[in-house]
Ligand binder design. Structure first.
Ligand code: FES
Length: 265
C-alpha cells in the first residue's frame, strides 16, 4: 500500500481500492441476487395474466389489484374494467407503476441499489469506479425527490389491498375463513408497516414542528412512526417476501396445484 497526503481538505491518495479486509462485498452481492430474483418473478407474474383470482373465496393477488383490464374476471374487478386487454398491459397497470416508483425512490432501496448495482460506492471505505459524483441535486437523480408523492399513492394502494383482504372472507355459502385469509391479511399488515415507516411519512407527521408540546397527537404519531422507521430496511425486505408468498399462494390455489386450507366455509 502506498499513500500520499495532498493539500488540506483533500483526500489521501491511496493506490488500493480499499484497505478493508472483511468481506464487504457480501451485502451488495446478496442485494443484487435478491432484487434480481424478485424483479424477474414479479415481471413474469404480472405478464402471465392468469391464476390471479380464486373465485370461490375472492382471493385476489396484490400483483393484480385493482384488476382494471377488460381481461379481468368480472367478479375480481371491484373498480371496473376500463383498460384494453393486451398481453403487454398488466391487469393492474394503473397502480403497478406507482408502487414500482415508490420502492425505486425509497431511501433504503436507493442505498441498496446505489451500492450493489452502481457501485456508488459499493461499501463504506471502498472507492467507487466512477470519476465524478453529482448526487441527487441534478438530473436524472433529482427525480428521487419525488418520493413523497409516491408515498401518497402507496397509501391509497395499501387501502385497496386492505379492501381486497377484507372482502376475501367469503365462501360459496357466505362467510368463509381459510389459510388464504391469513396470508392476505398478514401481507396487508406488513405493507402498512412498510408504508407508514417511510421517511416521508415520518416527516409529514412530525416535521416542521417547532414545539412538540403544542402538538401532542402528532408527537405521539411521530414517536410511533420513528420506531417503525428504525426497522424500515427490514420491512423493505420482509414485504418483498410477503408479496411473493401471497402471490404464489393465490396462484397455487387458482391453478389447482393446492387446495386452500379452510377453517370456516
Ligand atoms: S423511505 Fe422507503 S418507502 Fe419512503
Amino acid at each position: 500500500m502506498s499513500s500520499t497526503l495532498t493539500g488540506q481538505g483533500q483526500r489521501a491518495k491511496i493506490s488500493e481500492r480499499t484497505l478493508r479486509t472483511d468481506r464487504w462485498w457480501v451485502a451488495p452481492l446478496i442485494t443484487v441476487v435478491g432484487l434480481s430474483i424478485w424483479i424477474a418473478y414479479a415481471m413474469t407474474r404480472v405478464l402471465m395474466q392468469k391464476w390471479y383470482w380464486v373465485e370461490d373465496y375472492h382471493y385476489l393477488t396484490p400483483f393484480y389489484s385493482p384488476c382494471v383490464s377488460e381481461g379481468c374476471f368480472p367478479e375480481s374487478a371491484e373498480f371496473g374494467r376500463f383498460l384494453p386487454d393486451q398481453w403487454f398491459i398488466p391487469f393492474a397497470a394503473i397502480t403497478l407503476p406507482f408502487l414500482g416508483l415508490f420502492r425505486f425512490t425509497c431511501y433504503y432501496y436507493r442505498k441498496a441499489y446505489y451500492r450493489s448495482f452502481w457501485f456508488s460506492p459499493p461499501a463504506c471505505a471502498v472507492a467507487e469506479p466512477h470519476k465524478s459524483y453529482s448526487g441527487e441535486s441534478r438530473m436524472p437523480l433529482i427525480i428521487q425527490n419525488s418520493h413523497r408523492y409516491f408515498f401518497y399513492a402507496a397509501v391509497v394502494i395499501s387501502a385497496i389491498n386492505t379492501f381486497d383482504a377484507l372482502i376475501a372472507f367469503q365462501s360459496p355459502s357466505g362467510f368463509g375463513f381459510g389459510l388464504g385469509n391469513i396470508v392476505l391479511v398478514t401481507n396487508v399488515i406488513l405493507l402498512w408497516a412498510y408504508t407508514v415507516s417511510c421517511h416521508s411519512c415520518r416527516h409529514i407527521t412530525g416535521g416542521r414542528l417547532k414545539h412538540f408540546s403544542r402538538h401532542p397527537v402528532r408527537y405521539r404519531a411521530w414517536g410511533f412512526i420513528s420506531k417503525l422507521n428504525a426497522k424500515h430496511m427490514e420491512l423493505a425486505w420482509i414485504t418483498l417476501g410477503s408479496l411473493l408468498v401471497t402471490d404464489f399462494y393465490v396462484m397455487a390455489v387458482a391453478a389447482g396445484w393446492i387446495s386452500d386450507l379452510r377453517f370456516i366455509g
